[in-house]
Design a protein around this ligand. Sequence first.
Ligand code: ZN
Length: 274
Amino acid sequence: MRWLLVSWAAISVLWAETVAFDRVADEILDRRLEAVQRKNPDRKEAMAAMFFEAGCSGDQYSERMVKGSKLPNLVCVLPGSSDEILMVGAHYDKVKAGDGAIDNWTGASLLASLYESHKKYGHRYTIWFVAFTDEEAGLIGSKAFVKNMQREELARLKAFVNIDSVGTGNLKVWAKRAHRPFSNLAATVGKQLQIEISAMDVDAVGDSDSHPFVDKKVPVIDFHSLDEKSFRMLHTDKDVLAAVNRERYRETYRFLTVYLGILDQWMGKLADGG
Ligand SMILES: [Zn+2]
């Protein structure tokens, strides 16, 4: 089903552009969320199956073995007109306690739906959707991913968008870590879609897969939905499917779908420091 063509003319003449994408139906979003598994090897299989179902296969799909992990990073590449890379990542592993529904099946399951929304339409950037292994064990998957990237590949990597623990409330940006033009863009897109986006730093309490990318000076933005209450549910037996608010999860999907499309069009034009 083709979703809305967002008209940006309302914002300013500069934004007189449209973003085209297919909307993934609520039932499919829900089903992917409900595909959460308790064991990491099963999560890897479920993640691969979702990518496949979303249409990512053949040359576009690969599994990259990670030193120090039993499970690979899963990569789905959507080619663009340029070989510059926009990467979207989320970890699929969980800690032992709980179901790891919030942290981070919410983010991982969205990767497949975001890919599916954008796969039929032209993009400037080549978009890499990456499901990371072993974030919880110390960012093992994302660190290995960055380490294994060729120097020229890293030079082509223009943005890393991380999704970790969403759907428990309003979407939030880890402001302190975010590349300012990216967070400004998030605020603008949120306003246009009438989806509330706020700022909430989590560096005092945790870390995420954006870290190794920041270390390589790649511009990043982290999305999450945590507040004091939901943060305390992570890594406990309270992190179960029932703790995910479906409405917020769908809203997050809707926001990120549009955000990626806008980022793809505008990244090269966003001024530093915005
Ligand atoms: Zn996490």
